[in-house]
Design a protein around this ligand. Structure first.
Ligand code: PLP
Length: 435
């Protein structure tokens, strides 16, 4: 399979798309054609890992990593991603897909592990003398996941840019506790500034001469593909068990996770409707309402990992699947949930669900709770829980008046010392910091 840029006719292999991250013309790579799976392609595949290999095989056609796919899958999906039934608690067909059981307790671990598994293999094949530098802009969770996945890998360096003061204290710790081949910079700006700096660095000839860059952001196709897998697997397993298509509610920022679900559905997986749930950063819901894409500065919210005003993956979505009318007709919509509603939902569910929501996952639960019952209660829905509430203890604990237990992997990271520098939100400042 070839991958093409959203902005030109450039076609590259999967290996090149993974290594380059962003196309030379500034576009994002998308599959040049989509595979179409009928359910029988997955006959005999029961586990997430088995389904992952079948699902990813056509995307790996022609890649030098083709024979490594089973090993890459095993390295990526080495933690639980359970679909937990909530119907006993809410008296309606509702499940939650828990994506937060990885090393940094957010769904970003899936894409980061997959990229690390792929890029370390691709890099080992190359004869380059210079290390590969993974440049990553993070709204809070990606950077930690990427650092965890690449820490200690020979021949690879990681540079993390995060918005100063815009990530939770525990997220910040996860971003800055690595040392060795990982450097972290707090950018005096917002996430969109970090993302812009990464995009500029990629096309800057001076930096390109000094560094071999790759990106681990959701602009890298290597994030999208492995995220698509858990929608494929959960939806397929649900349909086998219940004979019905799952519809999804997905907390959305840069639109990497939501697009992954749309991709799985477009490839023929049994997925019903998809609702993208934004926080007060309404760029995507407004696009669905008006048909106009109007990127803007982001506003800070309790669901900080979704504070994105210029969601990169909308470019992919429109390129692959058309404009808002076509998207809506395909069973896709978008809603916004503000901070007061996030608080309300965390509090409302703290007593009667067997867990607490993180502020991001709470947006999706709120959107479900507000749906008219003739839509909500007649079909099975799944909420995507994108992070563990313990990562956002400073938001969640005051609301629920209780301590949130910290998962062991997260606790171990919080023990490590933290180190970072603050830089201005400009390419010049980044250039200087890297010299
Ligand atoms: C990154 C993130 C999101 C948003 O995901 P996108 O792929 O950027 O839309 C939501 N919740 C959490 C916890 C995240 O880390």
């Amino acid at each position: 399979m070839m991958f093409r840029s959203t902005r030109s006719d450039t076609h590259v292999t999967l290996d090149a798309a993974l290594l380059q991250g962003l196309a030379a013309d500034g576009g994002l790579f998308v599959p040049a054609s989509l595979p179409h799976f009928s359910n029988d392609v997955f006959d005999g595949a029961q586990t997430l890992q088995q389904i992952a290999v079948r699902y990813l095989t056509p995307f790996f056609a022609g890649s030098t990593l083709k024979d490594d796919l089973p090993a890459i899958v095993d390295e990526t999906y080495d933690f639980d991603i359970p679909l937990v039934d909530l119907s006993p608690y809410v008296d309606a067909p509702l499940s939650v897909l828990e994506l937060f059981h990885g090393p940094t307790a957010a769904f970003k671990d899936v894409g980061a592990k997959f990229l690390a598994a792929c890029l370390s293999r691709l890099d080992a094949q190359s004869k380059h003398q210079r290390p590969l530098t993974i440049l990553v802009a993070t709204s809070g969770d990606t950077g930690g996941a990427v650092a965890a996945a690449f820490h200690g890998r020979p021949g690879i360096e990681v540079v993390v840019l995060f918005p100063e003061g815009r990530v939770s204290p525990r997220q910040q710790h996860q971003l800055t506790c690595w040392g060795d081949n990982v450097k972290s910079f707090a950018v005096a700006g917002e996430f969109d500034d970090c993302q812009t700096m990464v995009k500029q660095a990629f096309v800057d000839s001076e930096l390109a001469a000094r560094f071999r860059f790759s990106s681990a952001n959701s602009i890298n196709i290597g994030r999208l593909l492995p995220q698509s897998v858990y929608y494929a697997a959960a939806s397929l397993q649900f349909e086998r068990a219940h004979g019905k298509r799952l519809s999804w509610l997905i907390p959305t920022g840069n639109l990497g996770n939501g697009l992954a679900a749309v991709l799985a559905r477009a490839c023929g997986l049994p997925i019903g409707d998809i609702t993208l749930v934004s926080n007060a950063n309404r760029t995507i819901p407004d696009y669905f309402t008006s048909g106009e894409f109007a990127p803007r500065a982001s506003v800070a919210t309790l669901a900080s990992a979704m504070d994105v005003g210029n969601p990169s993956n909308l470019e992919r979505m429109r390129n692959l699947f058309g404009e808002s009318n076509a998207l809506a007709a395909s069973g896709l919509d978008a809603v916004a949930v503000d901070d007061a509603q996030i608080r309300q939902q965390i509090v409302a569910d703290a007593g009667h669900l067997p867990f607490f929501w993180c502020p991001h996952s709470a947006t999706a639960m709120y959107a479900w709770a507000q749906m008219p019952s003739d839509r909500r209660d007649v079909r099975p829905w799944a909420i995507v829980a994108t992070a563990h509430p313990a990562k956002f203890d400073t938001v969640v604990e005051p609301l629920i008046g209780k301590r949130v237990d910290v998962p062991a992997t997260l606790a171990a990271l919080l023990e490590r010392p933290s180190e970072f520098r603050t830089i201005a939100p400009t390419l010049d400042a980044l250039q200087e910091a890297l010299s």
